[in-house]
Design a protein around this ligand. Structure first.
Ligand SMILES: Nc1ncnc2c1ncn2[C@@H]1O[C@H](COP(=O)(O)OP(=O)(O)O)[C@@H](O)[C@H]1O
Ligand SMILES: [Mg+2]
Length: 272
């Protein structure tokens, strides 16, 4: 479990606080969305989790151990980060070497190293790109290189900052299905996104940051159920939820598949 406890943060002493006493915990195998308006502090939360920034006050725990003062390199034994622009995190001449870099730093050599790299490339569908130059790849492929690098270090938590912005539907589905496979293996995915279709359809939980606080933390169904006002937090409703609401007697529709099946079932019932 990874935990932020009463964490406050500002970039410099002259700046206002970005986060004011937030507490969050992430359990094994969760697919958690982190959302909120631009500038609300989503990237800051991910930088605090990964050790790229340190809290002004409060603590960070990993499996009960206080890791607040551990730097990003130390935390890379359990947490991997996919940057908004993943090319900025690629330095090696080939995909294979890029993925091998982390486990090599951890002391892996020879056949041991080869096995973890090949497994990570296989799991992220990159085997055919092993000899390519990472910086020449598409953003989607680069994201998967960054994910493979984390897998090769046996990461337990994977943080992705707005990975689907500017991606086409095919790349997005490929990434989301990879996230589900990783969650099934027990990896926790922390996914910063504005994409409410992904939040509603794929995530087990959504955390919304607003006004320096955690404004919502719970199941997407609860956020979109009508008891909350996601629009006041800078979020939109997924179309499937809006359409589902317009059908009297329809249950919550987390995606268009559920909506279409519900629509056809209700239509069938009214014809009969
Ligand atoms: N390096 C920085 N120095 C000073 N302020 C920053 C820095 N990075 C972000 N901020 C400020 O912190 C706030 C939160 O930013 P950020 O975490 O990037 O938000 P989000 O990812 O939700 O768009 C914003 O007001 C932003 O202007
Ligand atoms: Mg951001």
């Amino acid at each position: 479990m990874l935990e932020l406890k009463d964490v406050s943060f500002r970039y410099t002493k002259k700046d206002p606080y970005v986060l004011d006493g937030i507490s969050l915990s992430f359990g094994r195998g969760e697919f958690v969305a982190v959302s909120g308006r631009n500038g609300s502090g989503k990237t800051t939360v991910t930088r605090l989790l990964t050790g790229l920034e340190y809290p002004a006050s409060g603590n960070i725990f990993f499996d009960g151990m206080d890791i607040t003062s551990e730097d990003a390199t130390m935390r890379s034994r359990f947490i991997g980060y996919v940057f908004q622009q993943p090319d900025r995190q690629m330095f090696m001449p080939t995909v294979y070497e890029e993925v091998a870099f982390g486990p090599y730093q951890q002391g892996k050599r020879g056949a041991d190293l080869d096995v973890v790299v090949k497994e990570a490339l296989h799991d992220t569908d990159l085997t055919d790109l092993a000899k390519e130059y990472p910086r020449m790849l598409s953003r989607g492929d680069q994201q998967r290189v960054a994910i493979a690098s984390a897998l090769a270090m046996h990461t337990k938590f994977l943080v992705l900052d707005e990975p689907t912005s500017g991606q086409d539907g095919r790349e997005r589905s490929k990434l989301v299905s990879l996230m589900h496979r990783l969650c099934d293996k027990g990896i926790t995915v922390i996914f910063v996104t504005h994409d409410m279709d992904i939040v509603a359809r794929d995530c087990s939980r959504v955390v919304v940051i607003a006004e320096k606080k955690v404004a919502f933390d719970g199941a997407p169904e609860k956020l979109f159920s009508g008891a909350y006002n996601p629009e006041s937090l800078g979020l939109s409703y997924p179309p499937s939820v809006i359409l589902g609401r317009s059908l009297p007697g329809a249950p919550y529709c987390k995606d268009m598949d559920v909506f279409c099946r519900t629509f056809l079932a209700l239509k069938g019932a009214s014809v009969r």
